[in-house]
Design a protein around this ligand. Structure first.
Ligand code: 8ID
Ligand code: ZN
Length: 353
């Protein structure tokens, strides 16, 4: 049976502190609209995007009050009456990703850019997200979780995994190429290191601190550069790549500084894939962008198919999220850890207690 109230982490107003409440209402099955489903959460990852949403530091304002979260895994416990899509059934284990829903009928959706649909609903930003025990989501967009993949192993694939998988696909790289990953020790970055490895790329990981260094080298990075210790990032990257520079950079750092000098450390025809989301100007020198035939691409999560592919690769054991478990009540300290850059890999919240 479905309770009337639940635990949820609510941000009452943009920029305010989170409140973990135990009396937040649960939308009841009879109240679900066609196409909606109610998902009982098992666990959810915490993405740096959730911190941007909490702080309200992006040019598009989040809803208010807000329940964040968009890396959730749980069981479908109810589906709205008159739902036409029959692919998802009660009892299915599904994932809730950033792109909660899209129209599937506009130019962007038809082209596979579902995330760029003008009617897109965003979990934990424009609709309530996964930091509550029962989440209303959408049958068209929830992602079936492969049987062989545990829920806690699947959670962060739903945002961090699918995002970096998509970013590497847009990087114009080929087996043997050098890929530079600023932010490599974070949630997105440590998965980028692994997807890159699985694709036969050679990785230069950039981040800071002994823990992140150990993590990325264990996960298959060939070279490590500590951005706080390096006196000259460009020189260090050129040295790491045999003097020529990288073929591509996947910038997963949540800071503007992570983007600095990418035009200088890539070889001609190199691609900068912008993933990290500081609300700031890129600041690339136009002369060198043109003269070196540099490509600059924005890469924004992925579509339903990208999510399925990213999960399948994890289920095959090629990529494994490195995470620690926390409780919903610990969310505040997880945000603090993200803010301070202290979290290597990911934090995943157990939503059952
Ligand atoms: O679709 C998208 N493009 C998408 C999807 C999901 C998340 C974009 N994001 C964005 C988030 O909103 C955030 O801005 O990607 C960014 C990273 O998210 P995350 O991986 O969840 O954050 P994290 O775990 O805090 O990792 C960030 C890492 O960057 C390092 C930090 O040390 C941390 O390990 N870093 C920073 I901040 N500045 C750096 C620099 N100058 C740097 N590493 C190298 N050089
Ligand atoms: Zn995310």
């Amino acid at each position: 049976s479905i309770p009337n109230v639940q635990k949820a982490a609510v941000i009452p107003a943009v920029g305010a502190a989170i409140e973990v409440r135990d009396n937040h209402p649960v939308k009841q099955p009879k109240d679900l609209a066609p196409g909606e489903c109610l998902v009982k959460m098992e666990c959810t990852g915490v993405c740096h995007t959730d911190l941007h949403a909490k702080k309200g530091d992006w040019p598009i304002p989040p809803m208010s009050p807000l329940i964040g979260g968009h890396e959730g895994v749980g069981e479908v416990v109810a589906i709205g009456a008159s739902t036409t899509n029959q692919n998802i059934k009660i009892g299915d284990r599904v994932g809730i990703k950033w792109l909660a829903d899209s129209c599937l009928d506009c130019e962007m959706c038809r082209k596979g850019y579902e995330q760029n649909c003008s009617k897109a609903k965003l979990s934990g930003y424009t609709v309530d997200g996964t930091f509550s025990q029962y989440v209303v989501s959408y049958v068209n967009h929830v992602t079936p979780i492969p049987k062989s993949l545990g829920s806690t192993d699947a959670a962060s694939i739903l945002c961090a995994g699918v995002t970096v998988y998509g970013a590497i696909k847009r990087s114009n790289t080929h087996i043997g190429d050098w890929i530079i990953i600023p932010g490599a020790g974070g949630g997105l970055g440590h998965l980028a290191v692994q997807y890159a490895n699985a694709m036969g790329l050679r990785v230069v990981a950039i981040d800071t601190g002994e823990e992140k260094k150990k993590l990325v080298l264990k996960l298959g990075a060939e070279k490590w550069i500590d951005f706080k210790e390096s006196k000259d990032i460009v020189k260090d990257i050129l040295a790491a790549t045999g003097g020529e520079g990288g073929h591509a950079a996947i910038v997963t750092a949540a800071s503007t500084s992570g983007y600095a000098q990418a035009v200088d450390y890539l070889r001609p025809t190199g691609t900068i894939v912008c993933v990290g989301l500081p609300n700031d100007a890129l600041g690339a020198n136009i002369f060198w962008v043109v003269f070196k035939s540099i490509r600059i691409v924005g890469s924004y999560v992925g579509n339903r198919q990208d999510a399925i592919e990213a999960l399948d690769i994890a289920a095959a054991g090629k990529v494994k999220v490195q995470f620690e478990m926390r409780k919903l009540a610990d969310l505040k300290s997880v945000y603090e850890g993200l803010e301070e850059g202290k979290i290597a890999g990911r934090m995943v919240l157990d939503m059952r207690t």
